[in-house]
Design a protein around this ligand. Structure first.
Ligand code: BGC
Ligand code: ZN
Length: 370
């Protein structure tokens, strides 16, 4: 069967290749789930992989099948699978366990091992193929009523984890009732995070470079958040207008913005970094003394957050469903840019890097009916 692969470390190497079809009996213990791929989303991580900046092939291979945002339909299950049935829609988590204690308790998302194993990204082949097989531990059911948003299950799990981590870490304060949140970045992670924070009752500002009016602003407004283009108002000015944020979730993909956000956090606040920056940029004009002082005197918290485990997928899926009731029809507006099949990798990569109007690029691999 066909798959879309890259040669990690080599620029622009995305190519269609032929790989063996997965089989249920490849997964031991009757725990296998065989799935047909319906859609696979792509994001900045896939661009970085195709630029040769990020990602590694599985040991013994020199190619990596990409694709980590999976949405599919179950075709067959092993005799010990209870969480999904044939005909049901599903997504898959991305990380696979390593040897650390955290992996042993199902928390691959916080592995302490030097290597991390991620399908479609690092050391494990991904989902940009016609069929997929996996252990039921890593398969998450998507309710049929949410099938048009199923391709967002993985991105929304990343947001669910980032928010959960902030709230868990803030139990250090004994009481934390955040009122004001800034979300930096208005890609899929920024917008979905804004949605989830609105569902939790926060006043939310989505801050990004893209000028408004435009789709990003419309989606943010649809969720009841305000969109702030830094072309019109700097973060500094925003803080003097609305106050310092109790919570900042950073999702721009820029380490400069990640550090800059440290300057604006309220006392006792939490800043969550989610950007994966594969580049080599240096910052040499950062006001480190004043930030250090403010952070110490203000008991502020910085937490990095990556990936999401099955609980985060379930939380994210539940919030996608609630958002359909609270903000009907808004989330599907994120799904701007479908691509028919993965036969033309140049088109996928070009849309990802160069199409400014593409908020979410995803590949329609097959339809459920075929
Ligand atoms: C993926 C995460 C992954 C991270 C780091 C992101 O694009 O969505 O699942 O953990 O990259 O590789
Ligand atoms: Zn991703």
């Amino acid at each position: 069967m066909k798959a879309l692969a890259v040669t990690p470390g080599r620029e622009n190497s995305a190519h269609v290749t032929e790989i063996p079809e997965p089989r249920l009996d490849l997964i031991p213990g009757g725990r296998g789930v065989l799935m047909k791929t319906l859609q696979v989303g792509v994001d900045a991580t896939d661009s970085e992989i195709n630029e040769g900046l990020y990602g590694q092939a599985p040991q013994g291979d020199n190619h990596l099948v990409i694709g980590h945002e999976f949405f599919g339909i179950v075709e067959a299950v092993g005799e010990n699978v209870t969480n999904v049935q044939p005909g049901e829609y599903c997504s898959c988590t991305v990380r696979r366990p390593g040897p650390s204690l955290f992996d042993k308790i199902g928390r691959n998302d916080i592995t302490s091992h030097d290597e991390y194993y991620e399908r479609g990204i690092n050391l494990r082949h991904g989902f940009m193929t016609e069929k997929v097989v996996d252990d039921c531990e890593f398969v998450v059911k998507v309710p049929v009523g949410l099938k048009k948003l199923g391709v967002l299950a993985e991105p929304v799990s990343v947001c669910a984890k980032a928010i959960e981590q902030a709230y868990l870490a803030q139990t250090r304060l004994q009481v934390w009732k955040p009122r004001l949140a800034f979300v930096t970045g208005a890609g899929q992670i920024g917008l979905l995070t804004a949605m989830m924070l609105r569902l939790r009752g926060l006043e939310v500002y989505v801050i990004a470079r893209t000028p408004n009016p435009g789709l990003k602003e419309e989606i943010a407004n649809g969720y009841g958040a305000e969109y702030v283009s830094t072309q019109k108002e700097s973060m500094e000015k925003l803080v003097s207008r609305v106050g310092a944020p109790d919570l900042v979730i950073e999702a721009t993909g820029s380490s400069r913005v990640a550090f800059d956000a440290m300057r604006f956090l309220a006392r006792n606040g939490a800043l969550v970094w989610t950007s994966v920056t594969g580049g080599k940029n240096l910052l040499n004009d950062f006001p480190s003394d004043s930030v250090n002082l403010e952070w110490v005197l203000g008991n502020k918290l910085l937490v990095g957050s990556v990936n999401g485990n099955r609980d985060h997928f379930n939380q994210g899926i539940a919030d996608l469903a609630l958002a359909e009731v609270m903000f009907p029809g808004v989330t599907e507006r994120i799904l701007t840019t479908p691509i028919d099949g993965f036969d033309n990798p140049e088109v996928i990569m070009d849309k990802l890097s160069n199409d400014k109007s593409a908020l979410k690029v995803y590949v329609d691999v097959a339809s459920a009916e075929e």
